[in-house]
Structures are given as C-alpha cells and as structure tokens.
Design a binder for this molecule. Sequence first.
Ligand SMILES: Cc1cc2nc3c(=O)[nH]c(=O)nc-3n(C[C@H](O)[C@H](O)[C@H](O)COP(=O)(O)OP(=O)(O)OC[C@H]3O[C@@H](n4cnc5c(N)ncnc54)[C@H](O)[C@@H]3O)c2cc1C
Length: 422
Amino acid sequence: MYDVIIIGAGIAGATFASKISKYAKTLLIETQDYHKEIPIKTNIFPEHNRPFIKDEIDWNNKKIFPSLHIKSNYMSDEFNGVIDSKEFGIPLGNICYTENIIEVLINQLEEQGGEFKANEKISKINRHTDHLEIINDKGELYTTKVLALATGSRGFDLQRSLGFEIPDHYIGTFLHLFGDEDKINENLEYDYTFHINPKISRDGPFFFNKGVERISTGYLGQKGETKESILSKLERILNNYKPIQPVLNGLKYDLSTAVVGDISKHPIKSFTKDRVLVLGEAAGLVTAFFYEGLLSGVACADIATKTLIPLLEKDSNFTNSELHKYDEEVRRVLLTYYKNGNALEYLIYNEGSHVKTLWRLYTELLKENKLARQYIYEAYINHDLSTHNTSNDRYVGEKWFGKLPTLSKITLSPKFFRALLL
Ligand SMILES: Cc1cc2nc3c(=O)[nH]c(=O)nc-3n(C[C@H](O)[C@H](O)[C@H](O)COP(=O)(O)OP(=O)(O)OC[C@H]3O[C@@H](n4cnc5c(N)ncnc54)[C@H](O)[C@@H]3O)c2cc1C
C-alpha cells in the first residue's frame, strides 16, 4: 500500500512527487513513455512561481533555465507595450525548458525512495472507505491511502469517474523555430511576445517564447477547433502574417513537429473528495487571459504537501473535510491574482468588433504609462500572490477606459464596469 499515488507527471504531479516523497511512500505514474525523448517546451516561468519550488531546483542550471526573462512585449498591430524589467529592478523570471525541470523532479523522487512508472495509463479507480485501488490498462493494480490527480487536460474520464467537474477546455499549438543564438537575438528582442488578433483566435494569444537557439511559437485556439484546422492556420500564419515575418527570417522549422493539445481554464468548484486531490490544470487552474499554468502546478504541489504532512503524521482517514484545507489554501493563494485574467478575458476574448481597438489601446497605454508598466512588473515578481493588489489592475483598467473614443466609452462602459466585478 502506498501512502500517496500521483497520476500524471507534468509540472504539477512531478513537483508534488518530489516534495511529498520526503514524507510518504510515493508512486508517480505517467502514461507517456518518458524513456523515449519527450519534446521540450520553452515556457515562461515568472518570478512569482519561485517560492513554491525554490528548494527543489538549481536556479543556475542552464538546462532548466536557459535564460532570464528580461523583456515582455504585449504587441498589437500598431504598438509594442514593452515591460522591460531593467526599468524597475530584477528580471521578470526565467525562460524554462519544462521537461528538463520535470526530469530533475523525477530524479529527486527516486533518490528519496519514491517510485516512478512511465508508459502506464491508469484506466480505472475503485474507491473504498480506507483506501483506493488504481488500475492500469494492463489490469495491474496499486493501492493507496491518498490519490492526487495531476492529469492536466488528458484525464477527464478518470476525473469524471471520481465525481469531479471538468474545466472548460480549449486547443492550442506550438512549434519551435531554430537558429544560432545571434540570429535569434537579432530577429527577436523580447523574451516573451504576447499578441492578440481576433482573426487568429478569439480565445487566446499568438506568442513567441525565446529560448537559446530556439523560439517556441504558436497560438491558443478557439473552443471546438479541430487539430487539422489549427495546424493549417498555423502554417498560413507562419507563411503570410506580415507582423511576424521579421522574427521568422532565416530561422528553420518543421511544421510536422508542431504539437497540438488541449488547455483548460476556469477552476472547477471543488478540488478535493475523500482521499483525493486534484492538482494544476486538471482543476482548471490556469489564468484565463495569459494561460499561465506552471504557476498553479507548482503552487498546488506545495499546498498539497503542506496539507498532507500533518495528516500523514496522525495516520488520518484523509476525509474531504480534512483535505478541504487544500481547497481553501489554493483559492487564497491564487484566485486574487486570477481576477485580473478574468477581467481581461471578458473584455478581449469575445466576438465584438471592438476587440482589435481595445487591444491596440491597451498596448499603447503600456507604451506611454510608466505606472501601468510598473504594476504589471510587480505582479510578475510578487512572491506572495495572495497580496496581489487588485486596485493596481483597476488603475490600469481606468486608464485604458479613458483612452477610448467618446462613442466607444458609451457602448463599452457596462462591459468595463462588469469586468471590475469579476
Ligand atoms: C501552447 C501552450 C503554451 C503554454 N505556455 C505556458 C507558459 O509559457 N508558461 C506557463 O506558465 N504556462 C504555459 N502553458 C500552460 C502550462 O504549460 C500548463 O497549464 C501546465 O504545464 C499544466 O501542467 P499539469 O502538470 O497540470 O498538466 P500536464 O502538463 O498536462 O500533465 C498531465 C500529465 O498527466 C498524464 N496523464 C493524463 N492522464 C493520465 C492517465 N490516465 N494515466 C497516466 N498519466 C496520465 C499526461 O500524459 C501528462 O503528462 C502553456 C500551454 C500551452 C498549450
């Protein structure tokens, strides 16, 4: 019998496995074959993620963090709204190669006596009052006192079978562009570029994440879009979309390597039941506008560990009411910060003809207003997001609204007012 079984070795599951295996007999199970090469993602890892994983990783390891995140560009068809950390202080965070972080975390799990099984899909879970049975697709069975579902957007059947809600899910794609370091830096000044064009997607951004000798690019598409349509649109964008052509100039890429996958957001109502916790994206814990999911993965892992340690010590029954502390703490730590994304999502990710103008004015505001830039900078580097200052977001919202032409002010004031309440 294991104390803890974790299904899913993404950032949430692997971080939790590394942390909890110091205190509990732990098994981490992953359906992908991690012995084969898993394509490495180039992601944004803001400074505000650090407190949740500070002891687990070597922050100077270039295999994990190839470069610092110095500059973000919120880009419209007309303006670059640049947040340059040098204007205010420390970097915005790091650029990370996510799968290399996961590898380090799995090694730690094993060094601490935990077990990792790859290439094993869990297909059934049976609940009993004093334990759970976890069954893989070969019919093998494991038993555990506590189960953590960290299955991202790829384990909804399991999640449903345990009576949990399923978050809203969307589709996204990314691909790497390759070139030598000088060429990459010549083509792209910003570590992170976030661009909105409703013709690309009404539900998400087009982005560039700059690593070393590589740039990850792609976009988050619309609900219900098919794999074929998202890939053919990506090809058209890369071939024809004028604003991004300078970035692509001279870089190599292979469209057949583009990865397509679901991404979930809008947190489900409850993250716990008797003996079960849901972590990370599976719980819809991804910010609604920027689609930040690594933050919630590491935060859930940290909070789940702190919740379980005292319960393991007293040989608890891990009832829902005891695990509910995890639920409350995840909400306390993350959801104030999430409000900003909810408001931006409401204003920008919709069918309205005003979206392009709104985004243009937002990027212009960042370009000309130092305090607005500073507030965004502060959110990137805040080590305690439960203290995220929503009045700073309100300031940006008011200045943004103030830039609208008079007629748009009249039509959009109810929307801005509602966004304040989200
Ligand atoms: C294109 C794109 C770009 C992004 N960029 C960023 C970024 O720059 N910064 C950022 O913070 N966030 C980013 N995100 C979001 C972020 O990457 C995810 O939200 C986060 O990685 C989710 O982590 P997770 O551990 O919760 O889930 P996942 O990483 O999805 O891990 C879940 C794991 O569970 C396994 N699994 C599922 N079902 C089973 C089963 N039945 N049995 C065994 N194993 C199972 C899966 O194989 C998977 O490995 C991006 C998302 C997309 C789509």
